[in-house]
Design a protein around this ligand. Structure first.
Ligand code: BYC
Ligand code: FE
Ligand code: FE
Length: 466
């Protein structure tokens, strides 16, 4: 089969010999990577998956059974707007960049490579989860997320091959060489080196870490580098499902725990996941995901904005002023071991501005989960920790804070961290509940069934043929 038939696309692959040559070399390596690092034990099974075959409303969500190595990973960009302009920064109003401007080449390559690196990393982190799925419905959702993260890698590799020449090709190769959690060749961002080896981790990851993806992609979806903007716009349509899997996944665990508490105060006795463990998993993934926004005060963020490469969340819709040459932003910093306020130029605080949008979105999800608990008639509330808690990047890294963001000593943190972060015993307990349930219509005891199936199919549908 010709390459351009194998790879659904709207980038005129059939007419682009240079891109064909680059992808012809990269594709076999990608497939080797997928077989080695993709979902373990399910490569030859039929999975009921959504595949994008075009960007039209009727083409981007085709559902059918497919074996994952035969998934048609495509290259899709949202169709171009005529007369696109740079929407913010020093070049506001100039024609959008159709090629990589020389002066921004390093910055752009770095953004694309960082974004790209997270996609295969997440597939690696999740590769063993299929073996302990709580239901066929969840198994299918895991694989849907995995193949689409694979496609997101394709999306970024297209940009590297299409716009960055020789070093773009080298970067594309390196994306298949790094490995999540491998100390010799780790993934770039730390959240993507953390193990994600039980389903509570998976749901927290898709809730909190994929949600960073939503905000980063949104910021890039308005980039003045048009091919990047249009790529990210299309990726966001897929991302919505990943966030759905995460938010409803944690929500179903929370609901089930509340239900089981009515049977027995100690939910462990009846095979549930106690709220204090769920809370510690939330604290862990929320704090690692906050790190993904970068430092609170960042000259990189200022430079990206000035160059028109990376804007704010909904830059055009939410704001009238797109230059930000003047404004300032006040944030808490640590000085002489105490929390005090500092005013910084707004452009330097844009990581923090984006993080703020993210935190509000997470708070909304917490509200919803707490509503499930209340609906079950149980008196308990989950919460988000302070954004200062357990940080490894930015102003609060290297200091210690409690869940309320109050500064504490290293000894206090040491003494109390088992209350706040998952312990080895928590992980072992959760792991002890992870037995595969693969009969259609059946579900593990520690999680509630979903409200509906996928694409009009019932929960009992045979989403994966084993
Ligand atoms: N880990 O100025 P600073 C997704 C480094 S998720 C390790 O504060 P900046 C997905 C930084 O490189 C979305 N290192 O940060 C989700 C810099 O190094 P240098 C992924 C970090 O650059 C689930 C130094 O610290 N997309 O799609 O403003 C499944 C100071 O940096 C980290 C993107 O990230 C960290 N967490 O912001 C699948 C978008 N943070 O210069 C997929 C592209 C910072 O001292 N990336 N450093 O050597 C970016 O826009 C920026 O690189 C970041 C960092 C927002 C990540
Ligand atoms: Fe992704
Ligand atoms: Fe995702």
């Amino acid at each position: 089969m010709e390459l351009h038939e194998r790879i659904p696309n709207n980038v005129n692959l059939s007419g682009d010999k240079r891109l064909q040559r680059a992808l012809e070399k990269w594709l076999p390596n990608y497939l080797d990577w997928w077989r080695e690092m993709g979902p373990e034990g399910f490569q030859d099974k039929d999975v009921w998956l959504r595949t994008a075959v075009s960007v039209e409303p009727d083409g981007w969500a085709n559902f059918d059974y497919v074996r994952m190595p035969e998934y048609r990973w495509g290259i899709f960009l949202k169709p171009a707007e005529p007369d696109a302009r740079v929407g913010f920064g020093d070049n506001l109003g100039q024609p959008a960049y159709q090629e990589v401007p020389g002066e921004f080449r390093n910055a752009l390559r770095r953004i694309v490579v960082t974004q790209a690196d997270t996609e295969p990393a997440s597939v690696e982190q999740q590769r063993r989860l299929g073996q302990t799925c709580p239901s066929l419905y969840d198994l299918r959702n895991l694989f849907q997320v995995n193949v689409e993260e694979g496609r997101h890698l394709w999306a970024m590799v297209y940009l590297l091959h299409g716009y960055f020449g020789r070093d773009g090709r080298d970067e594309a190769d390196a994306l298949l060489e790094r490995r999540s959690g491998n100390p010799d060749k780790p993934r770039i961002l730390e959240a993507f080196n953390q193990p994600c080896d039980d389903w509570l981790n998976f749901f927290c990851f898709t809730m909190f870490t994929d949600r960073d993806g939503k905000y980063q992609l949104s910021a890039l979806a308005e980039s003045g580098f048009e091919p990047l903007a249009r790529t990210c716009q299309f990726m966001l349509t897929e991302e919505a499902h990943h966030l759905f899997v995460g938010e409803t996944g944690v929500g179903r665990v929370v609901r089930r725990t509340a239900q089981l508490m009515k049977q027995n105060e100690d939910v462990r006795e009846v095979g549930g996941i106690p709220f204090d463990i769920i809370q510690r998993y939330i604290n862990y993934w929320f704090s690692y995901s906050l790190d993904l926004f970068g430092g609170e005060i960042s000259s990189n963020a200022a430079d990206f904005f000035a160059a028109g490469l990376k804007g704010r969340y909904q830059e055009q819709k939410k704001y009238d002023e797109h230059v930000l040459a003047e404004g300032s932003f006040t944030l808490p910093v640590i000085e002489d071991g105490r929390i005090s306020e500092r005013e910084v130029p707004l452009r330097n605080a844009l990581n923090e501005v984006l993080r703020g949008e993210y935190v509000r979105d997470c708070e909304r999800a917490l509200e919803r989960w707490n509503k499930y608990v209340a609906e079950e008639g149980v008196d308990f509330r989950l919460r988000l920790p302070s954004t200062r808690f357990h940080r490894h990047v930015g102003e609060y890294a290297g200091q210690h804070f409690d869940l309320d963001g109050e500064i504490i000593t290293a000894e206090e943190f040491e003494a109390r961290q088992d209350e706040w972060l998952p312990t080895r015993a928590d992980r072992e307990y959760v792991q002890s509940l992870m037995h595969p349930v693969t009969e259609p219509g059946k579900i593990a005891n520690w999680i509630a069934p979903p409200a509906t199936g996928i694409k009009g199919k019932p929960f009992e549908f045979e989403y994966v043929r084993l």
